[in-house]
Design a protein around this ligand. Sequence first.
Ligand code: AMP
Length: 283
Amino acid sequence: VKICRTVEEMAAYSRQNRSSGEKLGLVPTMGALHDGHMSLVKHSVADNDTTVVSIFVNPTQFAPDEDLDEYPRDLVADSAKLEEAGVDCLFLPEPNTMYPEGYKTYVIQEELPDALCGASRPGHFRGVLTVVLKLFNIVMPSDSYFGRKDYQQSVVIQQMVTDLDLPVHIHVLPVIREADGLAMSSRNRYLSLQERTDALCLYRSLCAGRDIIGGGETSAAAVTREMSRILEGTASSRVDYLAVVEPDTLKDVSCIERPVVLAAAVYIGNVRLIDNLSAGPRI
Ligand code: AMP
């Protein structure tokens, strides 16, 4: 895998590899790669002439009291996985490469970032959109790959691409789960053995919500009540939010008459986990 560490190096590599209209896929990540990331990578490798993966733990999307410093980093294992998957280039910028002294410009989006994770993490999506736009400008991909695991992130990024006429095609791929249903996440490695067992309550509560909607329940309040009931059965869990939202606008739904997204963020001990499921009313 070719490694680029500077903006100039990365942009030159992309220009070379897209000179006669070749397709270039970008998979932005924060590293500590697992099979969820690798599913995006495999799609990109299959669909494009060249695949670039970026690993950058983006400081602007972490609040001062969040886990930026403890965020897992594992470059040796990550490089081996990318090599094996046939990735062409790894973009590995340092924070001061992306945000040199005197940096002043950020991407602000209205409404969508105010919901769900954005409500509990103010400024998070400003950081996400800023870094993703910078990565698009540096890497110049024809296609870029994101996971549905971060559902709100995929919606705000697609909105930015549409609003700013960015010449990149966004692909949003399904959540990859452990055998028992827990969504794969770099943060799962913070969980103790007991917490790893407890963490399953998140997926179980989403499934229960989906099932009662499928069974005819149309009240979102009743759905979130049932989800809370399941989470309360796990002592180490603490709900950040539970929501039933419209898939495109992320607005809260009260009466479920169309397909919705059930989205949740739950702390297991000190680890904040997010997950979501689509659900549809019985027709
Ligand atoms: P991260 O490294 O957490 O920033 O994630 C990088 C990309 O991988 C994002 O587009 C995530 O949505 C995606 N991703 C993370 N976990 C999963 C998963 N379990 N299944 C599918 N995609 C995922």
